[in-house]
Design a protein around this ligand. Structure first.
Ligand code: DQA
Length: 144
């Protein structure tokens, strides 16, 4: 089984970006923890980050023939991107949406997600554990 983890815009700045909201872990720290979890679960994992909506859309298209599922933190595109939603609908690849912060306790514009209702699951507000829980949950779902 192969899982792709996608990080959306500005997540390459984790570690220095608003640490009071997003904590001190870097994206590489998160990826390292996911690699350990993938090994424990006996699945393959790959990673992609982009600040560009089109690059994320194209990555979802390509993922359809390469991976069994996606864990994505769509970051700001969560709240804006019909294109990303349509990409997931088009490929029908199971995905879990994750957020480091609890988007529902923040500004009103973060309460809307263009992806949540077509995701297998959503995990928010648990920092690194959002990614780990989302990854574990997706693998469990895919294994039935
Ligand atoms: C985020 C929450 C989004 O609202 C925000 O735009 C991000 C990160 C999170 O992980 O908490 O960039 O997805």
């Amino acid at each position: 089984m192969k899982i792709l983890v996608i990080h959306g815009p500005n997540l390459n700045l984790l570690g220095t970006r608003e640490p009071e909201v997003y904590g001190s872990l870097t994206m590489e720290d998160i990826n390292d923890s996911l690699k350990l979890l993938a090994k424990e679960l006996g699945v393959e994992v790959a990673f992609f980050q982009s600040n560009f909506e089109g690059a994320l859309v194209e990555t979802v298209h390509k993922a359809a023939s390469l991976y069994d599922g996606i864990v994505i933190n769509p970051a700001a595109f969560t709240h804006t991107s019909v294109a990303l939603r349509d990409a997931f609908s088009a490929v029908a690849l199971p995905f879990v949406e994750v957020h480091i912060s609890n988007v529902h306790s923040r500004e009103a514009f973060r309460h809307t997600s263009y992806l949540s209702d077509i995701a297998v699951g959503v995990v928010a507000g648990l920092g690194l554990e959002s990614y780990l829980g989302g990854f574990r949950g997706l693998v469990g779902k895919l294994r039935g």
